[in-house]
Design a binder for this molecule. Structure first.
Ligand code: HEC
Ligand code: HEC
Length: 258
């Protein structure tokens, strides 16, 4: 009987949730600073008593660092706040949509009003975009599938922050990791090739060339060795909507190795 009630409550919240989802923020800055600040005020009054000033009072959950037990995307957080989690002590709140947005913004900004809050969308939709329409998989490898011409992203979710992942898609050159800079090589025999470095020391360099072949060179044997600064990762700023970007961010942070 109690269980049935909970299911009903969950369905009601699910129906209510799209009101928030229907008004997507098309600005890539996602949440505004005003959202984050409003969220901070709500958090200190409504949540801090249980979750603590740093968001890590409850075992297994660290709101500030985005560590959760059940939720993964922003819609999940909204749903959790609206329905509560029956039986475990997380109460249901009756917040208005702008208040829900504000609290999620504060959590996604890592509790820091001076930091940008990145929206985290739906992981499954992000995966579909990655493999399909956005064509990320034509360059990147994930969990053993895909080409080697661009960096392997299998554990990118444990290496980069939300902000860095989002920036990489919207303005790639700004976040180009030095090791990822493409190199251009001309060998003594006159062969010219471009590639991506896997390793480099003072005298040798190992790279994956445009044909996905692993090549190793002694630098002293090369006629030319240039490190380019232009990113080959295309910018998706005008190609993805804010919702699609949020979905891809959700997929990328879920990649934490096998
Ligand atoms: C009365 C104590 C209490 C208050 C107040 C409270 N929470 Fe919780 N919350 C909990 C408990 C306990 C859990 C853990 C449930 C579990 O997973 O066992 C939880 C879980 C959550 C989760 C899910 C985390 C996950 O791992 O999936 C989120 C998100 C959350 N709370 C956010 C908030 C926010 C934001 C507020 C303020 C609006 C808030 N809570 C207020 C006790 C509270
Ligand atoms: C044309 C090939 C190509 C496509 C398509 C492409 N990328 Fe990239 N990506 C690269 C290359 C090459 C790099 C390495 C940096 C550079 O050269 O710009 C990179 C870097 C990255 C990084 C940073 C890796 C790190 O270690 O920080 C991420 C994350 C990333 N890409 C995600 C994506 C996503 C998501 C998509 C689809 C929306 C995508 N890429 C589409 C080629 C591509």
């Amino acid at each position: 009987m109690i269980r049935a009630k909970f299911v009903l409550a969950a369905v009601a919240a699910w129906v209510a949730a799209p009101a928030w989802a229907q008004a997507p923020n098309l600005d890539h800055s996602d949440y505004t600073r005003a959202d984050v600040e409003a969220g901070q005020r709500l958090y200190s009054v409504q949540c801090q008593i249980c979750h603590g000033a740093n968001g890590d009072n409850i075992q297994g959950i660290d709101l500030k660092f985005g560590k959760f037990r059940r939720v993964s995307n922003d819609e999940d957080i909204v749903r959790t706040l609206t329905t509560g989690i029956p039986g475990v002590g997380m109460p249901a709140f009756s917040f208005q949509p702008p208040q829900l947005t504000a609290i999620v913004a504060f959590i996604r900004a890592g509790f820091d009003p001076t930091s940008a809050a990145v929206r985290v969308g739906n992981m499954e939709r992000g995966r579909a975009l990655f493999d399909g329409k956005a064509q990320c998989a034509t360059c990147h490898r994930v969990n053993g599938r895909g080409p080697l011409t661009a960096p392997d992203l299998s554990d990118i979710g444990s290496l980069r922050t939300l902000g860095t992942l989002q920036r990489t898609m919207l303005e790639p050159p700004a976040s180009l990791q030095p090791i990822h800079r493409p190199v251009r090589i001309v060998t003594r025999s006159g062969e010219t090739l471009r590639g991506r470095r896997l390793n480099e020391d003072t005298s040798t360099v190992q790279l994956i060339d445009d044909h996905e072949q692993l090549r190793s060179f002694v630098k002293a044997d090369l006629k030319q060795y240039a490190i380019e600064t232009v990113a080959t990762m295309p910018s998706y700023k005008d190609r993805l909507s804010a919702d699609e970007t949020a979905d891809l961010v959700a997929y990328l942070i879920s990649l934490k190795g096998l």
